[in-house]
Design a protein around this ligand. Sequence first.
Ligand SMILES: Cc1cc2nc3c(=O)[nH]c(=O)nc-3n(C[C@H](O)[C@H](O)[C@H](O)COP(=O)(O)OP(=O)(O)OC[C@H]3O[C@@H](n4cnc5c(N)ncnc54)[C@H](O)[C@@H]3O)c2cc1C
Length: 335
Amino acid sequence: MERDNSVLIFVELGPDGGILPLSLECVTAGRKLAELLGCGVDGLVLGSSVGEAVQELSHFGLDRVYVVDHPLLDIYHPEMACTAFLQACEVEKPKAILMGESLTSVDLAPRLAFALNTGLITDCVGFEMEEGAIHFVKPVYSSNVMAAYALATEPYLVTMRSRVEDPAERRGEPGAEVIGVEVELDNSALETVVVERILEEEEGPKLTSSDIIVSGGRGVGGLEGFEQIAELAALLNGAVGASRPPVDLGWASPKAQVGQTGEKVGPSVYIAVGISGATQHIAGMSASRTIVAINKDPRANIFKVADYGVAGKHEEVLPAFLEAMKQVLGQGDVE
Ligand SMILES: Cc1cc2nc3c(=O)[nH]c(=O)nc-3n(C[C@H](O)[C@H](O)[C@H](O)COP(=O)(O)OP(=O)(O)OC[C@H]3O[C@@H](n4cnc5c(N)ncnc54)[C@H](O)[C@@H]3O)c2cc1C
């Protein structure tokens, strides 16, 4: 297949039809990759009645925005999305495809790799040019080692870790050329059927997009301790995170789990309370800009990655921390 030599960003839309910040981070990453490859950056939107989102997307410095607008793409369906994506690739002929690491891309990317007969790099955090070849960098062995991979096949297919790049900035004038792609979709021979989609109601800031995360571990001791974690998170307008044991013990929601088998986060501030710092936990939060650890054991592993540490019991440190924060934010008791 002759390639158009562009980087194609898969732009995902949220349940409200808005562009996911993760996809705008991919636009930034895509620009860096395109600079190394000496090519342009295009976007691809799949969905139904997506005119408004496409109009918005044209403000983010992409050269072209390809749009597949079809009623059968209203709710994400693996086979429909893959078929539509492949047909769009026949028009666009990208050299590389970038997708944000999301539930959708984790499902879609391997299907595309198989159908396009190309290699896939997941959880990528950056690119390097080595002797004329692009190397895709990703953390391995619970983030203890950074590995660089070169792909021998095109298009390069890559999922990008969230919050590695800043989201692309909106520009005043829409600059992208919008190209509608007609696709043929048939739902009569589907192997899976989406019966229903139920959106869970979420309270407070989301773990993956929050700038501040307050995380609790087994050392927090129970539900009562987690109430203090939640109070501090709310005070800082941050999200509640957790290591795996509190999730297994039912003190925290599975959605709050940070780590190798949980969410990978990179907020500006990550406060770890009663967390020992096992490699499987560090794997999910080491990208945080500033790490604060509160742990009663001064030799705990978490202090090796922390920028600031308090060696003490959370029962003593957290109430004092909360009170101090309230004073700073002007919400404390005036004496
Ligand atoms: C395949 C696999 C995948 C995994 N994936 C994940 C994952 O995604 N995320 C994850 O987190 N873990 C994961 N784990 C589990 C991981 O190995 C650790 O067991 C886990 O991270 C430990 O959680 P913790 O630090 O909360 O608990 P612990 O290791 O029990 O540490 C508790 C800490 O609290 C401190 N403490 C105790 N009391 C207090 C107190 N009163 N005040 C202050 N500090 C106190 C202790 O000093 C200790 O450091 C995974 C494991 C496997 C095998």
